[in-house]
Write a protein that binds this ligand. Sequence first.
Ligand code: AMP
Ligand code: MN
Ligand code: MN
Ligand code: MN
Length: 294
Amino acid sequence: MSKAAQINWSDPHLINADLHCHSTTSDGTLTPEELAERAAANGVQIWSLTDHDEVGGLARASKAAAEHGMIFIPGVEISVTWSAVTLHIVGLNVDYVNSPLENGLVSVRNGRTERAMEMSRQLERVGIDGVYEGALKFVGNPNLISRTHFARCLVERGVCKDIREVFERFLTPGKPGYVPHEWASLKQAVQWILDSNGQAVIAHPGRYDLNPMQMDELVTQFVKLGGEGIEVVTGSHTTDQYATYARKSVRSGLKASRGSDFHGPTESRVNLGELPRLPDGCVPIWDNWGKLFS
Ligand code: AMP
Ligand code: MN
Ligand code: MN
Ligand code: MN
């Protein structure tokens, strides 16, 4: 029986879709194969790998997903600077080989290494030496060094007890080790996704430092640019935020997405596939994907 035949598309809300997670290709601790195994074991039916600024894990993830009988959605999470704030835009169902997206991401990744070295210099000034080299030990993809790798190093060194404490004391605006960075523009990120036949989704909107007017402006601009979805149920939201962003999804006409944002067994609050369903009234972003897979 085909994978599509095993899924009952008549009520998409009942389908277990997890459309946001990270592998060792960016800042996750599991390989694409380990993630696929875990997702399948947790009952995920539609799975997407969405590494930061990188599509290098998608071929492996696709193969592993097929072996576990899951529908695989090639994805990505693009770092964006909008209105001086860092945002993340998820792309789903993207073409990732020789695509405008793949080309665009090269420019987003460039600059990560230099930024990391500057982060390390700042940490040296507060007495913590060699964090760049220390972080590299945790990096699975030399093109993608992130703050998460720095955080793991500072925990290993005993400077902080966990990753949460690292981000509270370091690496965030106003704290040592924070280096502002200009990522892709919102327009570029959405366009790369659209030009690669994908669907653009605002990742974890509840996490951004935006006031309600700015959030409305973001949604308006995103819709105008051709954005299609917004994450409602994500590992980054509280239960209250599920309701807030479900309302925003309905009012804006953006479809709702659902994803754990899983980074690893010891680091993530929410396990792959173990999220509540989308609130009633939202249209799931996978609503009409049945026809793609039949
Ligand atoms: P970067 O792309 O290098 O700026 O790193 C961003 C990543 O750092 C995010 O994708 C998260 O994985 C992680 N991160 C950011 N803020 C926090 C936080 N407060 N607690 C834990 N992880 C965080
Ligand atoms: Mn991350
Ligand atoms: Mn994110
Ligand atoms: Mn993420």
